[in-house]
Design a protein around this ligand. Structure first.
Ligand code: GLC
Length: 542
């Protein structure tokens, strides 16, 4: 087992993200909850993950599914109690699983007592906890837009002021320039560390140091100063793992974030690779050009090797399902899910698996009126106003809506896929009779067991953890192949990223390599030819 008191243990770890609302209901109210998660810890232990990143479980009016917190020290009642949370932490720890909480530090809910106080008057001590500017109803401070659509300024007539919100109206931005705000947040973090939480995912952390007068949101001038202060005051234990969500990060920035002296965070989520298949907006869907993906991942691998640390992911609660996005959700669903998994888990960094990814779960085909996520709902309204046809809007939503990731977890083929005995809060994917955990556990060739093997390999092979990265055939539009190397070991990862056979000649030295893993049962190795979505990992000593 990993020694989690040591700085850097996460470099050998694999994490699993849970979206609590959609994971497992225990009391029949149709919403996932913490006792439900506890009941599924054995499943996660079987998978072999070292930690769970829990999307927010704190008290919240749920305007953004918990990313709008009204009390940082309480659990949202439908999810359970503080006791349940303590039990989750303890039960997970028994199974070698760390609990990593989601810290939403850029904003609170407008129902947080701080904001309610702030509304009482300009002289209220909490007023300066948020970002205010004077204005008149028809003249906002500037024309900045919120990430979820609409203006970033909301007028409060009683104060004759606007408050700033980078996300929804119900998510007012905290004022990080106020040292009292920062201290409150550090105290709150220590509250959770004292409860046994072993790490944090930091929501939109690159947006905390905003300067709206200069229209700066991400990467404000004081950003790294604040993050270093946060780390020095709140992340005291060397074993705490911290991962920041940083849409603005390039490799140079990521090196700072994941500085090896531990002065900032353990690592960040960057999004360059996962936004390669879109136009100016995420809803403008473009096909993925594999050559671009290779170039992008190669750069991140090369630049951070020995200088920082990568996080590795293809899915999360904000992204559509990767099998539907870059794989084949139809005929080659299983092969393509495994192929994408091998591609990612062969890289240097810490992999994150999003609930259901280990089953090869797919996007859900909803109707326009069925979308629930506020980002999608806002997009539908905005694009209708701009004259897009419903057909175009639906195509975007089906390809990119966050709701694709938020359908209930598919546990078995019983009613509601075993997620709840009540009425689920959101649509389940109709394909649950075929795609579910119980079926996957029974089938040795399932996506689940492939993930388990990948996770185990990271523990077994130093080359997976430490090896450098050399891209093969960079201009090949169909095959993604690379070699990881240490002085003593070599690992070849080959992925045919298409549903057709592809020619591929591996490096000759691997002729004597050992096949560690592949996604075709029979090892019919026609030299120089890869089958549809075929992936292979080959190993060589010396
Ligand atoms: C992050 C979260 C997303 C949330 C947003 C605002 O991007 O991942 O789910 O809506 O921040 O908190």
């Amino acid at each position: 087992m990993l020694d989690k008191t040591k700085f850097g243990w996460w470099k050998s770890a694999v994490f699993y993200q849970i979206y609590p609302k959609s994971f497992q209901d225990s009391d029949g109210d149709g919403l996932g909850d913490i006792p439900g998660i506890i009941s599924r810890l054995d499943y996660l232990e079987t998978l072999g993950v070292d930690g769970v990143w829990l999307s927010p479980v704190c008290a919240s009016p749920q305007a953004d599914n918990g990313y709008d917190i009204s009390d940082y020290r309480a659990i949202w009642p439908p999810f359970g109690t503080l006791r349940d949370m303590e039990r989750l932490i303890a039960e997970a720890k028994k199974r070698g699983i760390s609990i990593i909480m989601d810290l939403v530090l850029n904003h609170t809910s407008d129902e947080h007592p701080w904001f309610r106080e702030a509304l009482r008057g300009r002289d209220n001590p909490y007023h300066d906890y948020y970002v205010w500017r004077d204005g008149t109803p028809d003249c906002p401070p500037n024309d900045m837009r919120a990430c979820f659509g609409g203006p970033a300024w909301e007028y409060v007539p009683e104060l004759q002021q606007y408050y700033f919100h980078q996300f929804a109206v119900k998510q007012p931005d905290l004022n990080w320039d106020n040292p009292q705000v920062r201290r409150e947040l550090y105290d709150m973090i220590r509250f959770w560390v004292d409860k046994g939480v072993e790490g944090f995912r930091l929501d939109v952390i690159d947006q905390i140091a905003k300067e709206p007068d200069r229209k700066i949101t991400a990467r404000g001038p004081r950003l790294h100063e604040y993050v270093r202060e946060l780390s020095a005051n709140a992340f005291l234990e060397p074993g705490l793992v911290t991962v920041g969500e940083a849409w603005s990060a390039d490799p140079e920035e990521a090196k700072r974030w994941s500085a090896r002296d531990g002065s900032e965070l353990s690592m960040v989520f960057q999004f360059e690779h996962i936004t390669l298949d879109q136009g100016p907006e995420k809803w403008d869907v473009r096909p993925l050009e594999l050559v671009k993906l290779k170039r992008c991942l190669e750069r991140w691998q090369r630049e951070l090797h020995g200088q920082g640390w990568n996080s590795l992911f293809l899915n999360n609660h904000d992204l559509p399902r990767i099998v539907s996005r870059w794989g084949d959700p139809g005929k080659y669903r299983v092969q393509s899910a495994k192929c994408l998994a091998a591609l990612l888990h062969g890289l240097e960094g810490t992999p994150y698996i999003y609930q259901g990814e280990e089953l090869g779960m797919t996007n859900i085909p909803l109707a326009l009126e069925d979308y629930e996520d506020l980002e999608t709902v806002n997009m539908i309204a905005e694009r209708r106003e701009k004259g897009f046809s419903d057909g175009e809007i639906l195509a975007s939503a089906r390809a990119r809506s966050r709701d694709n990731a938020r359908t209930p977890m598919q546990w078995d083929d019983s009613k509601n896929a075993g997620f709840t005995t009540g009425t689920p809060w959101f649509f389940g994917n109709p394909n649950y009779r075929e795609i579910n955990a119980a079926a996957a556990l029974r089938d040795p060739e399932s996506v689940f067991w492939f993930y388990r093997r990948l996770i185990a390999l990271r523990k077994e092979l130093a080359v997976l953890r430490e090896g450098d990265f050399a891209l093969l055939c960079p201009e090949d539009p169909a095959v993604f192949a690379y070699v990881r190397r240490t002085a003593r070991e070599k690992l070849l990862v080959v992925c045919n990223m298409t549903g057709n056979e592809q020619a591929f000649a591996g490096p000759p030295e691997f002729a004597s390599g050992r096949l560690l893993l592949s996604n075709y049962e029979d090892d019919r190795k026609t030299p120089g030819l890869l089958r549809p979505w075929e992936t292979r990992m080959e190993y060589l000593e010396g």
